[in-house]
Design a binder for this molecule. Structure first.
Ligand SMILES: [Zn+2]
Length: 315
């Protein structure tokens, strides 16, 4: 096992000053800035591409409702032949993951894992880890409302992983990862998988049942042969959804509402719907603004979050 320093990446999330309904999530490192600013439910996204000008990555800025392209069209799927994939057991420390914690927030330490296929989408460890960091930050926007937050200290880099169904991959992951989860003092762990699962599933997360054996999830981070384009928004939905399963959120408590031109779903919708008329948002139903008496995943998250946070093994 080798410990390597991660690049200096900082994440921030919060609100636009003076606008209590707004949401902002930013991830910043040398020469790169990605994130989201949402003041009217039609978020601005800032993302980067692998393409460079003058040695700096080109950034894209777009609004949520204008997404009609498949983001993968913007990314070159070149294989970085020089990458070192032998270092299967390497960790990189996330030494400077700045999070602004508030009293009363329950935090879960999550061990973030990815395979070389997902790294190859971006071409470098720096870029893929920044992308993952930003997705965690967006998932935290959904958890904020329920006083919960994901934090992380380590990445585990896998080399090339086998093809398989989501069940086969999570079975592999649950077999392989426990020693790493324990040594990194993590409550949860997730695998960002860079291949198309062999079944019609985009992610799989164990539903909380009081056992630390349940705190795993796997996420498909590349387009499927179906309608999943693996855009930034869609990937954040898959991540937030599977974390929701880990925290006991349920399908039948997801909420739907209409705000033309879209029909929206909260994140525990059993399907990732993301097209010109339907959108899933990375939010949990809350029994109130985004829900009603029978659509309240927030209550399940709030009821089980302390138990999940207690999974952590003291070293
Ligand atoms: Zn699900």
């Amino acid at each position: 096992m080798v410990l390597v320093d991660a690049p200096d990446i900082r994440t921030y999330h919060g609100k636009v000053v003076g606008d209590e309904d707004s949401k902002v999530a930013m991830t910043i490192s040398n020469n790169l800035l990605i994130g989201m600013i949402d003041v009217d439910e039609n978020a601005y996204y800032i993302d980067f591409t692998k393409n460079e000008i003058g040695g700096k990555n080109i950034h894209n800025i777009y609004r949520a409702e204008s997404i009609e392209f498949d983001l993968t069209d913007e990314l070159n799927f070149e294989i970085d032949e020089s990458a070192d994939y032998d270092s299967k057991l390497e960790y990189s420390t996330m030494s400077d993951n700045l999070v602004l914690m508030s009293v009363g927030i329950t935090s879960f330490n999550i061990l973030l894992c990815y395979d070389s296929a997902y790294k190859d989408v971006y071409g470098s460890y720096t870029l893929v880890e920044m992308e993952i960091s930003d997705m965690i930050n967006t998932a935290n926007l959904g958890l904020d409302d329920h006083d919960a937050m994901l934090t992380f200290d380590y990445y585990k880099r896998y080399g090339s992983l086998d093809n398989g169904t989501s069940q086969e991959i999570i079975d592999f992951f649950k077999d392989d990862i426990p020693p790493y989860r324990d040594i990194t003092d993590s409550d949860l762990t997730t695998l960002f998988y860079g291949q198309d699962f062999d079944d019609n599933t985009l992610g799989r997360g164990s539903t909380y049942n009081g056992s630390s054996d349940r705190a795993y999830s796997v996420l498909q981070m590349v387009p499927s042969t179906g309608s999943y384009g693996a855009s930034y928004s869609e990937r954040c939905i898959v991540l937030t959804h599977e974390i929701g399963h880990n925290l006991d959120a349920r399908y039948d408590e997801h909420y739907e509402w209409v705000a033309p031109p879209f029909t929206y779903y909260t994140v525990m919708s059993p399907f990732v719907v993301y097209n010109s008329t339907h959108r899933v948002r990375p939010l949990f139903s809350d029994g109130d603004i985004y829900g009603n008496a029978s659509c309240n995943n927030g209550q399940y998250i709030e009821a089980c979050k302390a138990m999940v946070a207690a999974f952590r093994t003291e070293i």
